[in-house]
Design a protein around this ligand. Structure first.
Ligand SMILES: *Cc1c(COP(=O)(O)O)cnc(C)c1O
Length: 222
């Protein structure tokens, strides 16, 4: 099937409240343009330099999401244009995003990445680290970032019960954060739960996802 057909067939299965991020990492601009022509406006990349190159070449009504692990020293290369950073997992990174956003005279939306998988290798905060980040003075003082939700990746496994357990766990942390929001200005905008990829997005939606990051089912294997 073509990229446009893949895209439209996935979109037709998504509930209205679920946002589709088309994950276009490693794919050429021509492939992204095919998705663009079919109506897609949100693209996800996992390398800042690659995202910046595509941003320069492509129409300016595209929203660019950084879904990969972010190195602090590279934030400046996307601060001008990035729409949402999914993988924020430390106060230090958040402070750098805040600083670069300030330089560009804007507020950058961020998701905090939570570690839900069994694998040690996946990035993210645990619940304790999340709580201490949110209650720190440094966090309260940042004016140029906005936490709009959470992101997580399930363990890479065929075991659906395990994936469901991990997604449900993330959803419960998300619900807790939304409750907290009433008491913290910085959390007023928490509404996005980014979970689910090509292999597990249906399960993720059943578990409460509001944003799915889908690459290979749209653009083919990498
Ligand atoms: C690559 C990637 C995806 C998309 O994965 P697919 O299996 O190709 O859909 C989603 N989220 C993150 C963080 C990724 O790095």
């Amino acid at each position: 099937m073509s990229i446009a057909k893949n895209l439209l067939s996935i979109k037709s299965t998504l509930p209205e409240h679920v946002t589709l991020v088309a994950v276009s990492k490693t794919k050429p601009v021509a492939d992204l343009m095919e998705a663009y022509e079919a109506g897609q406006r949100i693209f996800g990349e996992n390398k800042i330099q690659e995202m910046a190159e595509k941003w320069e070449q492509m129409p300016k009504d595209i929203q660019w999401h950084m879904i990969g692990h972010v190195q602090t020293n590279k934030v400046k290369f996307m601060a001008q244009f990035v729409n949402l950073i999914h993988g924020v997992d430390s106060l230090k990174l958040l402070q750098e995003i805040n600083k670069q956003a300030q330089k560009n005279n804007r507020v950058i939306d961020c998701l905090l990445q939570i570690h839900i998988a069994e694998e040690e290798t996946k990035f993210g905060l645990d619940e304790e680290e999340l709580a201490s980040l949110l209650s720190s003075n440094e966090f309260q003082e940042m004016k140029n970032i906005r936490i709009v939700g959470l992101m997580g990746m399930a363990t890479f496994t065929d075991n659906k019960d395990q994936i469901r357990k991990e997604f449900t766990h993330l959803k419960s942390i998300f619900d807790g954060l939304r409750k907290d929001a009433s008491s913290k200005d910085a959390l007023q905008c928490v509404s996005t739960l980014s979970m689910g990829m090509s292999g597990d997005h249906q399960l993720a939606i059943e578990c409460g996802s509001t944003m799915v990051r889908i690459g290979s089912s749209i653009f083919g294997g990498r």
